[in-house]
Write a protein that binds this ligand. Structure first.
Ligand SMILES: *Cc1c(COP(=O)(O)O)cnc(C)c1O
Length: 376
């Protein structure tokens, strides 16, 4: 009997040279944090992002968001405006700082933060409480948010933007790299992201001094002294030299990974857009998505579930789109500014398998199941 293998939503995809960098770390005994792979990986990322940013390699994307909030002095009693349609790791660090998230819904062109609602929220919070301390906007599934509009509002009110680019390494906004479009940017190298170090992240800053501050805080905030002297609270958030070695190998193939993910999207779109009940998220003019995950929006919850369960039966993983933060039990008491967009996406949307290692056979196997859906 022919047994079919499981198809994952997004699985790690090694390029081949990662083990050489890891072996170097072993041979030179650079196993502990810091070392040549960390510097090399940061250099690779800085170059890739366009050369005008400074990158600190950290232990996760979540840690990077946490440090970004720390660098912006977000503290107890502050409010932070955060995109509601996202993964919980965008918002959790706000709570770590003792601050309060205020959630902002999405707009339909990019499924990301609505500039209109953002401004309404800022005016409301200034009038009723105080000026929010930061904005966390997310390039969800690799699609850039409306950067010009969001930055214009942020500048108008003097509020810094943290750009959650965890899903968007390789995406561009009018030829400029996502992650390098605002005050502070965040990347993730978790196992399911477009490249992985098995676990890791990065903070992207505009100046060497901010990077130095991030590195200082991420390595336990040790002051300059022979003994251990501390005048600030530190974190243990630096990426290890072994894992950075995996990252260096992955950076050699990042362009291939982006092309492969984009051709998955092209395949699904070509084969499925003739069906009336399936919609795709197109790139607005000047927006370039890494298509980390190909998402579809169906015309009902029932149809979405039909497709998801039919795929599951054949051992194919798919998943509803992110459940908005304002609907999450843990954030139910948070103030939110909504318009129904993310709730509808959560109800009717599905993430299709999107790994850069999917074969044409895999894609056809997925397609054959989806097209059997009644009344597609
Ligand atoms: C993955 C992800 C994070 C967190 O990154 P980790 O490296 O897993 O901590 C943050 N935000 C978004 C949008 C993500 O997808």
């Amino acid at each position: 009997m022919l047994t079919k293998t499981k198809i994952y939503l997004s699985s790690p995809h090694m390029g081949g040279t990662e083990q050489n960098f890891v072996s170097d770390a072993f041979e030179t005994n650079w196993i502990a944090p810091l070392g040549p792979n960390v510097n090399g990986f940061e250099d690779d990322l800085e170059t890739y992002l366009g050369g005008d940013r400074y990158v600190a390699a950290l232990s996760s994307g979540t840690a990077s968001i946490h440090l970004a909030l720390q660098l912006l002095d977000v503290t107890v009693g502050d409010e932070v405006l955060c995109q509601s349609f996202t993964f919980s790791a965008s918002a959790n660090p706000i709570i770590y700082q003792g601050a309060t998230p205020v959630f902002i819904d999405s707009e339909i062109d990019t499924w990301n933060m609505s500039p209109e609602l953002l401004e309404i929220a800022i005016k409301d919070r200034i009038e009723k409480y105080k000026k929010p301390k930061a904005i966390i906007a997310v390039h969800l599934y690799g699609m850039p948010y409306k950067v010009t509009e969001i930055n214009a509002i942020a500048n108008k009110y003097g509020i810094p933007v943290i750009e959650d680019s965890a899903e968007a390494l390789g995406s561009k906004y009018f030829s400029k790299s996502c992650g390098a479009l605002s005050d502070l940017g965040v990347l993730s190298f978790n196992g399911n992201k477009i490249i992985t170090t098995s676990g890791g992240g990065a903070l992207i800053t505009k100046s060497q001094s901010l990077k130095d501050r991030a590195v200082f805080l991420s390595t336990q905030a040790r002051d300059n002294a022979v003994h251990y002297e501390h005048s600030s609270i530190g974190f243990n958030y630096r990426l290890s030299n072994v894992l950075a070695g995996i990252g260096r190998g992955q950076m050699e193939v990042i362009n291939d990974r982006v092309s492969a993910r984009r051709s998955n999207y092209d395949f699904y779109k070509r084969e499925l857009s003739r069906y009336n009940s399936i919609e795709f998220l197109n790139e607005p003019h000047g927006f370039y998505s890494n298509r980390w995950i190909t998402c579809i929006k169906t015309d009902s919850y029932e149809k979405r579930e039909h497709i998801r369960l039919a795929l599951l039966k054949d051992d194919i993983e798919s998943r509803p789109l992110w459940k908005p933060m304002h609907l999450q039990p843990v954030f139910k008491d948070c103030i939110h500014f909504v318009n129904g967009v993310s709730e509808e996406l959560f109800e009717k949307g599905l993430c299709l398998p999107s790994g850069s290692n999917l074969s044409r056979n895999d894609l056809n196997r997925i397609l054959d199941i989806i097209v059997k859906t009644p009344n597609l």
